[in-house]
Design a protein around this ligand. Sequence first.
Ligand SMILES: [Zn+2]
Length: 227
Amino acid sequence: MRAAPAAIWEPVGRSVEGRPIEAVTLGSGARRVLLIGGIHGDEPEGGRTINAVAAYLGALRPDATIRIVRDLNPDGSAARTRTNARGVDLNRNWPARNFAPGGERGVAPLSEPETRILAAELEGFRPDLVLVCHAARNGPFVNFDGPAADLARSFAGAAARTDPRWRVVADMGYPTPGSLGSLVGVDRSVPILTIEFSRGHDPDAAWLAMREGLTAVLDPGDRGPAN
Ligand SMILES: [Zn+2]
């Protein structure tokens, strides 16, 4: 059996320090799924799975069009910082109704090249579902915004078959003004899953969880007759 071909990543823009931000589109189904490998540079756990995820989904050929943005914050990843190179948290810089200017949130929504690049992806691709990878000390769990409770349960339930720690956490327990989840899920009612690996998550275990979780949310059989 031939190994799945590696995804062909294409640059869609550049970070503050000029690093390419790369994306790939897989499949051609009607359902449109956007996956973001990482947004906080000190949370590399999800991004480490992304090449394997892209190869797997390319071979799986689910009935969906899948757009993957490999890493929204390559400068932060290089420097191992949460923020981008200008000290802005790219998950607080969105034109959500709860945006609050100042500090790490930026002077205005979309003040950063990285968030403008992803905003253009959202406008151009018009996803029906967004998944974004993070990591948390109390991970792994799946958080969600918008009409995504069933999808969060599907992902976490499938991931839990690889690691029983996986669960759904509906409330992060702190405010997240200007977050991607606030814009996409709360304001626009598009389901968005925040995949929170544990900090320092074993890469092989993270990949298994992603494989099972993504397969569950992409398989119409797991979404129930209501869908
Ligand atoms: Zn994060």
